[in-house]
Design a protein around this ligand. Structure first.
Ligand SMILES: *[C@@H]1O[C@H](CO)[C@@H](O)[C@H](O)[C@H]1NC(C)=O
Length: 290
């Protein structure tokens, strides 16, 4: 049996290039708090299969030798792992710095457990007094619990002068979608971030999801979310959304932004032309935890 806190570095031979320094750190421990693990067929290789799966961040072989995989796309809760002198084994995917690889550390205590996913985002485990814990959202993404039961992870990216289709593509390239908003609270967070960009001027904005869609005419109040998870229109309250429908020269304004509107105190959402690029400073991307 291994001693408490001892670890083994598993080195697999066929490393996908995207995971060139990704390894699995295996130690005796127990998954204490987590939900929706995926149970793996006992004929499969518990640890190697997780390693080869871009979405898997941890494999767990419990005391009855049942194997579970934890995928970052299906985690509504924080995962807590206890480091124990126990029959069960936990293997956490982590990037190992090259200098550590050559020396092969004798204990995982000195390692930071961070893994990169194909979008380039990271997941970093936090050390707790008796183990590790992992937040449900990617590092630096902000989570919101919605009244429809969804938990979403949102992130603001500063990108200047792109139109709405480009904003959608920007988010999709990061395995997320241009996000809809489900509450005033979510728009407050986005608006505060916008206000911190110096020197923010009137109509500067961040793209969010949401587009007018009516059979006839453009002056309609039917706004469609296409992110796949936003269901509420609470944030589109007239006290939060300035619906002007058209520009001063009568061009339809069919798309939504979070905007700096000093002449409309309290208003955080503005409709603009979907092709507008001049005043756009960023995009808000998101995804829902399944
Ligand atoms: C993006 O939205 C589409 C629906 O428009 C959905 O099928 C897809 O799963 C969403 N992707 C993410 C990462 O949420």
């Amino acid at each position: 049996m291994l001693l408490h806190f001892n670890s083994i570095l598993l080195i697999f031979s066929q490393l996908p290039t995207t995971l060139c320094l990704m390894k699995m750190i295996k130690f005796h421990g127990k998954v204490d708090v987590a939900s929706f693990p995926i149970q793996i067929n006992p004929d499969e290789n518990c640890f190697e299969d997780c390693f080869q799966d871009n979405y898997c961040l941890m494999a767990y072989l419990d005391e009855s030798v049942e194997c579970y995989h934890y995928r970052y796309t299906s985690r509504p809760k924080t995962i807590v792992v206890k480091d124990l002198k126990d029959e069960s084994v936990v293997a956490i995917k982590a990037i190992i710095p090259p200098d550590l690889l050559s020396t092969c550390p004798s204990t995982h205590d000195s390692l930071d457990f961070t893994m990169t996913i194909p979008s380039g985002d990271t997941y970093s485990w936090t050390k707790t007094p008796d183990g590790y814990s992992l937040n449900p959202c990617r590092d630096t993404w902000k989570s919101f619990s919605r009244t429809d039961g969804n938990i979403v992870c949102l992130q603001i990216f500063q990108v200047n002068n792109i139109d709405q289709p480009a904003a959608k593509k920007f988010c999709m390239d990061r395995e997320a979608n241009l996000t809809g908003v489900a509450s005033v609270e979510e728009t407050v967070w986005m608006h505060e971030t916008l206000e911190e960009i110096p020197p923010v001027i009137e109509f500067d904005s961040f793209w969010i999801d949401g587009e007018r869609q009516c059979a006839e005419g453009y002056q309609c109040d039917t706004i469609i979310w296409s992110d796949g998870y936003t269901t509420s229109s609470t944030a589109l309250d007239p006290g939060n959304f300035w619906a002007s429908y058209v520009t001063s020269t009568n061009v339809p304004e069919q798309c939504l932004t979070i905007a700096h509107l000093p002449r409309n105190p309290g208003i955080k959402i503005n409709d603009i032309e979907c092709s507008k690029t001049r005043t756009t400073l960023g995009v808000v991307c998101g995804y829902a935890l399944l």
